[in-house]
Design a protein around this ligand. Structure first.
Ligand code: AMP
Ligand code: MG
Length: 338
């Protein structure tokens, strides 16, 4: 059994194929890179429309799966940029019709959790989802993934991308900030913005931009924004771990590829006896394999939909989606034994 997944929530057009054990049989992606500023939704959608035929031809030519093996076509239904989502949904509908297979809608954020959960073998982890457009702390309870805390403005990845362009770089900015930050030696004073379980990055972006204009080096600034932003993420993640007596943490989203973030999360978790897992970078960033795997879980639970009723949902939230493939109540762990 194999499921094919289509991802197009933002900058990445991707097709992945997984089998019933979540083994990735095939994966190919093409990333839209804006020449200036952030993502232009229609340009990104045009990029995806042009990219898909070549991606599919490449995968079929590699011969790692046969269309006859595919049992269902999964696609990112939301959240994401409307034009991009519509392009991916169109590709998925065409394949479902051409190959006469069920069409399966998938929530993109839940796909990040499920791929990390199956790869780690963890049963009930708390997730730090740190991507371009999203930043959330997520945990399962009573049939749904619940958002315990999230960014109040931009995603941490978009924050790094915007700052990197100010510092003379190009998209994607996160890896550049990581590279420059490794040469940083002095801490630049920056605002730290945690509000209960929520965080915000726009004030940090304004302050970092001002510090650069006032003469801070990009190396010191990169080091300082990483330390500040990732401390904010670690604080809310640790609070979630402590309140829920969690023993497992998974990281997802492209920013989870960052070595400083991984090491800070490890340092938070180790004294608590908490295991940490992050998927390999190609499965941390947006990818079709995670959509395919979550589609496989959904199809087993009869969650396929009719093509005539397959809208995209740009504002769909993680906690709006039922997750029947997990038992309704998460396993409990008494704080006394945690
Ligand atoms: P996603 O939206 O999950 O596909 O992830 C893309 C985001 O991850 C972009 O904002 C990238 O700048 C960011 N990113 C990728 N690699 C790294 C890295 N090593 N450090 C920080 N951010 C990264
Ligand atoms: Mg993502």
């Amino acid at each position: 059994m194999a499921i094919l997944g289509i991802e197009t929530t933002a900058h990445t057009a991707s097709i992945g194929v997984v089998d019933e054990h979540a083994r990735v049989l095939a994966l190919a992606s093409d990333v839209y890179r804006p020449t200036a500023g952030g993502i232009h939704p229609r340009e990104a959608a045009n990029h995806h429309a042009e990219a898909f035929p070549a991606l599919l031809e490449k995968l079929l030519a590699e011969g790692k799966f046969q269309p006859s093996e595919i049992e269902g076509i999964a696609f990112s239904q939301g959240p994401g940029l409307g034009p991009c989502l519509r392009t991916g949904a169109t590709v998925a509908r065409v394949l479902a019709l051409a190959w006469n297979r069920p069409l399966i809608p998938v929530n993109h954020c839940i796909a990040h959790i499920e791929i990390a959960r199956v790869l780690s073998g963890m049963d009930d982890p708390i997730l730090l989802y740190a991507s371009g457009g999203n930043t959330q702390i997520v945990s399962f309870s009573h049939g749904r993934y619940r958002v315990l805390g999230e960014t109040l403005d931009i995603g941490v990845g978009n924050f790094l991308d915007k700052l990197a362009i100010t510092l003379g770089g190009t998209f994607p900015g996160g890896p550049l900030i990581e590279k420059w930050g490794e040469q940083g030696k002095e801490l630049v004073d920056l605002p730290y913005s945690v509000h209960g379980m929520d965080i915000s990055f726009s004030g940090l972006l304004t302050a970092a931009t001002a510090a650069y204009r006032a003469g801070a080096t990009r190396e010191n600034l990169s080091y300082s924004v990483e330390l500040t932003a990732f401390s904010m993420l670690c604080e809310v993640l640790e609070r979630g771990v402590a309140h829920l007596s969690k023993k497992e943490v998974v990281l997802g989203g492209g920013v989870a590829a960052n070595r400083m973030l991984r090491s800070m999360v490890e340092k938070m978790a180790a004294p608590r006896g908490v295991r940490v897992f992050a998927p390999p970078p190609q499965l941390c960033v947006d990818n079709g394999a995670m959509i395919a795997w979550t589609g496989a879980l959904a199809l087993r639970n009869g969650l396929d939909i009719r093509i005539e009723e397959s809208p995209v949902l740009p504002r769909q939230r993680t906690d709006h989606v039922d997750v029947p493939w997990r038992s309704p109540v998460a396993p409990t762990r008494s704080p006394a034994t945690a």
